[in-house]
Design a binder for this molecule. Sequence first.
Ligand SMILES: NC(=O)c1ccc[n+]([C@@H]2O[C@H](COP(=O)([O-])OP(=O)(O)OC[C@H]3O[C@@H](n4cnc5c(N)ncnc54)[C@H](OP(=O)(O)O)[C@@H]3O)[C@@H](O)[C@H]2O)c1
Length: 342
Amino acid sequence: MRLLVLGGSVFVGRAVVEAALGQGWEVTTFNWDRSGRGPGGVERLTGDRTDPAGLAALRGRSWDAVVDTWAGRAEAVRESVRLLAGSVGHYSYVSSLMAYQWPVPRPLTEAAPLRPPSSGSRTEDYPARKAAAERAVVEVMGDRALLSRPGLVLGPWEHPGRLPRWLLRLAAAAEGEPVLAPGSPERGIQYVDVRDLAQWLLHAAGRGLGGAYNLSCPPGHATMGGLLDACAEVTGSAGRLVRVDERWLAERGVVPWTELPVWVPAEGEGAGIYDVDPAAGIEAGARYRPLAETVADTWAWLRRIPAEKLGRAVRTAEWLPAEREERVLRAWREEEAVRRAR
Ligand SMILES: NC(=O)c1ccc[n+]([C@@H]2O[C@H](COP(=O)([O-])OP(=O)(O)OC[C@H]3O[C@@H](n4cnc5c(N)ncnc54)[C@H](OP(=O)(O)O)[C@@H]3O)[C@@H](O)[C@H]2O)c1
């Protein structure tokens, strides 16, 4: 197979490149080569996808399949799918559960409505851009278009830094230091390991599979408590996870997902992200490795990154600041003492 990866140097695209090379595929990457982080062993083409003339390097070339990880303005996807339609067999777009109209029907199947049509321009939000990019791919490629919709992607090279936030927080905790664990430990979570997502994309491309698929591990595969316990174990954390009620946290303005990643309360508009029906993908060949493997391999990757390069490898700055976590935990402890005394 000759595969073109539009992207290929950060996280999802990188995993696709590595998996494809592992299967002996010939891989070409196309990106603007700013990060200089792309894996070796590939043919590298460069260009700026936000510039209409930027796709020149793709002209007159052909591939069996394309994987496109673009998350910016939909116009870039529209341009590339139009350019490549006649010279590629299959076009795979890495979309997102965010492309659905939220709040979503639960459980969330692929039959749920998408966001209303829009141009997906630079000024529109991420969900609108994803939905518009999906439509652009299907419009041109028809049943040769594959839309993969993950909700949360974890694993090595996770640049958004969600699992790394928990690993690094627990690894840094001093002896007996309380670490805020939001919500019930039994709260189910659904995600896909980036390597399973990559295998799925190749599997689908190899079979010429078309259509839309949710890519989230099945309900029951993992819990929030299981994730945090696995992080504590793999890092040998000296800290102590303190479970804090999620309604109480919300009342104090602690923001799920953006301040404490992976955590999405069981109630509220976003809850559907962990009520996803992944049956169609599984039926079509998607596989989900155990949580412990994802956590251990992500930690192994993080440990290899020199401290001075960590800030570039993962987004670390925006999570709940340490002093705020401390304050919240102090308030929780004090209120608990009052509750116990009653
Ligand atoms: N993380 C999650 O939990 C999650 C959940 C749902 C969906 N998703 C989707 O998964 C995808 C993640 O993709 P990724 O970032 O990991 O993919 P990636 O393919 O590994 O990296 C992004 C690529 O885009 C290239 N790029 C950026 N701006 C460019 C430009 N103007 N012209 C040409 N190339 C450009 C980058 O090149 P340089 O490296 O040279 O800058 C890089 O190769 C996104 O579409 C996201 O919406 C993620």
